[in-house]
Design a protein around this ligand. Structure first.
Ligand code: ADE
Length: 225
């Protein structure tokens, strides 16, 4: 998979050099391009924002630099993702779906957002998804894009050493994950649930399923609707 990111803060993405995604880049499973939006401006101040038509607080990102940046990266196979608190919810199912795409572009807005015509125009050239990380407001799309890239990237075959772990984690089957324990069997007076020491694989699987259901009912009943 190829991932391109357009941002006014390219340095945010240096963390993609480390950990599993860093290894995936080294091994060629993921190709990454990070593009500074200001490189697509033509004025002395490298201006990327302006005041909103109709008034109101804050600044809006100008369409021209976005147009030039996306023109230079986009191909018809691309999926262009604009992180936005006004977008559709990004879920594990979205991550699954996007992990099979050949080319993702993340357009990271700042300020009060990007001129809406950028989204409309881009949608005439490729598939566009405006995606929200949750019902809260970040200062811009960068942190949201990073979270999405990690969620998507780890689903690409070969990125995670043991693919079985992907099948057993939270949200992979619509439920929260069961609790996990390791040695020692007793720590600060707290014991590991005895069933996990029993060696009875059927009983362990049943216990884990019950824990998933109990946790999901208690913490995220909305997932069971
Ligand atoms: N940009 C600002 N807030 C955001 C959010 N919650 N999700 C995605 N992008 C954002």
């Amino acid at each position: 998979m190829r991932i391109d990111i357009v941002t006014i803060f390219p340095e945010f993405f240096s963390v993609l050099d480390v950990s599993l995604l860093g290894k995936a880049r080294e091994s060629g499973l993921i190709g990454l391009g990070i593009h500074d939006l200001r490189d697509f401006t033509h004025d002395r101040h490298r201006t990327v924002d302006d005041t909103p038509y109709g008034g109101g607080a804050g600044m809006v990102m100008k369409p021209e630099p976005w147009g030039e940046a996306l023109d230079s990266i986009l191909v018809p196979e691309s999926v262009v993702i604009f992180p936005s608190p006004a977008g559709e919810p990004f879920t594990q199912a979205t991550a699954q779906e996007l992990s099979t795409e050949p080319h993702l572009i993340f357009g990271c807005g700042r300020y009060e957002g990007i001129d809406e015509r950028v989204v409309d125009y881009t949608a005439t050239r490729a598939r566009v998804r405006c995606m929200s990380m949750g019902d809260y407001v970040l200062n811009g799309g960068e942190v949201a894009a990073m979270a999405m890239i990690e969620a998507i990237g780890r689903l690409i075959p070969g990125v995670i050493g043991n693919p079985q772990s992907l099948l057993e984690e939270s949200h992979s089957d619509g439920l929260l994950e069961y609790p996990s324990y390791t040695k020692p069997a007793e720590w600060r007076g707290l014991e590991v649930p005895p069933v996990l020491l029993s060696g009875n694989h059927g009983a362990i699987a049943a216990w884990r399923r019950e824990q998933q259901l109990e946790r999901t009912r208690r913490i995220r009943p909305d997932l069971l609707d």
